[in-house]
Write a protein that binds this ligand. Sequence first.
Ligand SMILES: [Zn+2]
Length: 249
Amino acid sequence: MAVQSVGTTPLRFPEMHLSPEQEVALLARTLFNEGYDDHLSGHITYKQPDGTFLVNPWGLAWDELCASDIARMDAQGRQVDGRWLITPAITLHVVLHEQRHDAGVVVHNHPRWGTIWADAHRVPPIYDQTSAMYSGEIAVYNEYDGPVNDRSNASGAIRALGSANAALLANHGVMVIADDISQAYIRAMVLEWRCRQAWHVEALGGGVPMTDKTARDFGDLIDSVPNAFDGFFEAMCRRVIRKDPGVLD
Ligand SMILES: [Zn+2]
């Protein structure tokens, strides 16, 4: 793990040595805590150096996943390893990885607040600092033609995504793309936080969004530099591990 400096004081976080399967299980559980908790819904894919992808299996909720539950598929979505089956709905991820080779991690789910804005076909304004931790583009795919396990529907969603790293899928849910697991956690958490905060501000009668420049500058600081917020995801992992060390098994 990298070492950062704050002023002249080095800030060093304890090393966490996680296997890729442990990273996926911890990403699912930490995001569950943020509102990615629609029962059995949701997929995470994590590109591996050999061209295969780790994926959470069908039938297990995100708050019960352990490292040994994580399955593996090839680039065509065919399962090559794992004791549980992979959902056929993984088509959305397969098509995305075919077209976005920069995507190291892809998260799709129907989180509590993000799905409300997806239902409204609107991108929520940025009202606060945490919401600005990801200030990049959020695409809106506003045609719900059916589930994205259909390849043509999945292709439409990916076209709408373009080069954005986050998307609201109308009347469905959200999608987040990242280089690595830590960045995926921060982007997905921030999207949900932003959707929740904006809903509350607008329920109050409206608010004053952060200026574009302020939001962009802060987001660039956190999001653009690899591991810029070193230790953030790890802290949320420790919270999960304290409650259930079995997540690592
Ligand atoms: Zn879905």
